[in-house]
Design a protein around this ligand. Structure first.
Ligand code: NAD
Length: 254
């Protein structure tokens, strides 16, 4: 089996991560893939052999750089700008993917954001933005993917599943989060969306799972690690002692 060894972050004492080419020939779409977790997932999917669509909503240069990085693994990749909360833009993104790659095997619904506010001061705009992107965006992308999975069915030479969906949730699907009710509500919604879809679609051999990360150092939570005081406070909640991005997600996807 061909493998790829990625160097760990400079500050990490972890051994090199070996990525097996278990997704050769599969077609993947990662939303919110020009930053943070989505970027790392998209690059790792390419390392595992998949062709990858890098979705993003702003930051053309960052998105194109991720696509170029993925191509170094010898697979195809391109960046596609689309707001996952827009039904039309999501439909257009999937239509282009059908043209470019022919189908979709793996959807990683990762795009997400925060609009933090005290509960009594939260505006409709803050509430709606987070629910629209974090939850409705997952629904819209999953619906397009499932329509294609059902049309195509299982291709035994590619995968034993008709398709795979991974929803990026959060520990806050379970853990209440004062000052972030819109975000916690969106992640609780993702848990039910994922589990209900998994129950409904399992007979068609469509797998639906979620990843619910704890704190990972990305732009979404800069306030939680940019000062020493904030970082030390965060570390009291992180038994592993680090918030570096390090992927252990591929067994869920393969
Ligand atoms: P990030 O800010 O680095 O990345 C978020 C990505 O989502 C960006 O690429 C952004 O462009 C994209 N995005 C935002 N709105 C979009 C829209 N309307 N359409 C398409 N893309 C859009 O943050 P991250 O930490 O990498 O977050 C990724 C996911 O992981 C989010 O769903 C977040 O809730 C979840 N998560 C993060 C943490 C953490 O500690 N970082 C913990 C748990 C869950």
């Amino acid at each position: 089996m061909t493998t790829f060894a990625a160097a760990p972050p400079a500050a990490s004492t972890a051994p090199p991560l070996v990525v097996h080419k278990v997704l050769t020939g599969q077609k993947a779409l990662v939303t919110g893939a020009n930053s943070g977790i989505g970027k790392a997932v998209a690059i790792a999917l390419g390392q595992a052999g998949a062709d990858v669509v890098v979705n993003y909503v702003e930051g053309d240069d960052a998105a194109n750089a991720v696509a170029e990085e993925i191509k170094k693994s010898g697979v195809r990749a391109y960046a596609h700008r689309a707001d996952v909360s827009s039904e039309d833009q999501v439909a257009a993104m999937f239509a282009r993917m059908m043209q470019e790659f022919g189908t979709i095997d793996v959807l990683v619904s990762n795009a997400g954001l925060q609009r933090d506010q005290a509960f009594h001061e939260m505006t409709m705009a803050q509430w709606n933005k987070v629910l629209d992107v974090n939850l409705t965006g997952q629904f819209l992308c999953a619906r397009e993917a499932v329509r294609e999975f059902l049309r195509r069915g299982v291709v035994a030479a590619v995968s034993s599943a008709a398709g795979k969906i991974i929803c990026m949730s959060s520990v806050h699907q379970e853990i209440p989060w004062a000052g972030h009710v819109n975000y916690a509500s969106s992640k609780g919604g993702i848990k039910q969306l994922m589990e209900s879809m998994a129950q409904e679609l399992a007979p068609q051999r469509i797998r639906v799972n979620a990843i619910a990360p704890g704190a990972i150092r990305t732009p979404i939570n800069t306030a939680a690690w940019q000062t020493k005081a904030a970082y030390d406070r965060l570390m009291t909640l992180v038994p592993y002692g680090a918030t570096h991005l390090r992927l252990t997600t591929l067994p869920v996807i393969g």
